[in-house]
Structures are given as C-alpha cells and as structure tokens.
Design a protein around this ligand. Sequence first.
Ligand code: ZN
Ligand code: FE
Length: 255
Amino acid sequence: MPLELVTLPALSDNYTYLLHDSQSGDTACIDVPEAGPILDELSKRGWTLTEIWLTHHHHDHVGGVDDLLAQYDAKVTGAKADRHRLPSLNREVAEGDAFEFGGEVVEVLDVSGHTIGHVAFVLPESGYAFTADSLMALGCGRLFEGTAAQMWESLQKLAALDPETLICSGHEYTQANARFAITIDPDNSDLKDRIKRINSKRDSNEPTVPSKLSEEAATNPFLRAADPAIMAHLDMIGAEPVDVFAEIRARKDRF
Ligand code: ZN
Ligand code: FE
C-alpha cells in the first residue's frame, strides 16, 4: 500500500502535500505556502504533523513554517546548500542523500535551475516525486538562478524515474502551460487530449496535479526537447537537446 497522499491548494495558485503513514501515524508536509489549509486538514483527519520537507527557499514554499511549528513539534528537512536562506533545519540534505519515512526510502535529488539548491524528494516505493518548481505539469519552473543547462540536467534526473511516478509539483499553472505547450508541439495528439482533460478539471475546480511522469514524457515540451517533431517545428533539426530546451524556455518567458 502506498503512503496516503493529500493534495492541498494554498495561497492563490500553490500546492502543498501531506504524506501519511497509517502504521506509525507519522505525517509529513511538503512545502508550506501558508499554514491555514494544512492545519485545517490535519485537524479534520486527526493527524499529527511530524515532518516538514522544503524544496526551496521561495516565500510561497516556506512562508507558513513558523505557524506550523507553533502547533506541531515537526522535524524540518531542506537543502544543506540553502541553509542560510531556509527556516532552521533539523535535517540537511543534498543530492544522493536518502532518509526513511513511513518505512520507505526517501531519495533526495538536486534539481537546481529555478533556484540553485532546489531539491526534489522521491519515494520510489509509493511512486511519488515532490518536484515543486522544477518539473511541473506541462511545464517547468522559471530560471531565476540557474542556467538552462542546469534545469535540463535536473529534468533528465526526474525523467529517468519510473514512468508511473506521480509528479507532485508546486503550482496550478497547468492551463497556462497548456496554452504555451500547444504552440511548441501543435501536432501532438496526446497533448491535445490532455488539454481537454485539463480544461474539464479546471472547469470543475479540480487540481491538475499530481500528474504521471509517463504523461509528462508524452506531452510536456520541456521534457521533449529531443523530440524530432519539436526540433523540426523550432527549425532546430540536429541541435543539441539542451539548446532546444533553452529555446523553449526562452519562448515561454516571452509568451
Ligand atoms: Zn519558487
Ligand atoms: Fe513557487
């Protein structure tokens, strides 16, 4: 049985996630845009928060940590590289580290690009990857600190995970991402089908995340920079995938 996963909207377009192990009663929260929705959900379910995992230092991912810690004695995990700009950490992690939660291994990947020091938390057994502002549904995070090459390398690490992995990303940006994706990959029938599903979900105010990695591989233009149809559409046949990725990212910034 996979660990129980709860997806919670927060602030205007963020997501936070709860991960619960019914055996031990341990509950982790991944990113804390604000405490309110998390505190409400914990009390509704009768869960005690034991851990907080932070992907990166941006305020919309850490802003509610102090308010959570005022209620729960939770252990805080985040990137060692970002300890100077994250809330105070009880566990500092880096690429290749692993720790245990709910009887499962949690692997840490450095997925720099959006920021330098952004990490992802991967649970291979349950099949979850908490990617925040690295790989997103039909998108990827804007390059605030890293280069296109760094983000491309980060995306390759995530693309190598089990295709069934659920990508738990940080924002509801999927409809806007879809409007852009179709300009890069206009003949992709999987993408067209996915856009219909996305629009109907949003019409009924349902989250479009998490999304399956296999679906991202088939439809997310930022993962598909090596695809011949995309290279042809961008007039970049024969170019390095990293350069195609950089072009797609630059076009998204101007979109
Ligand atoms: Zn961010
Ligand atoms: Fe964010």
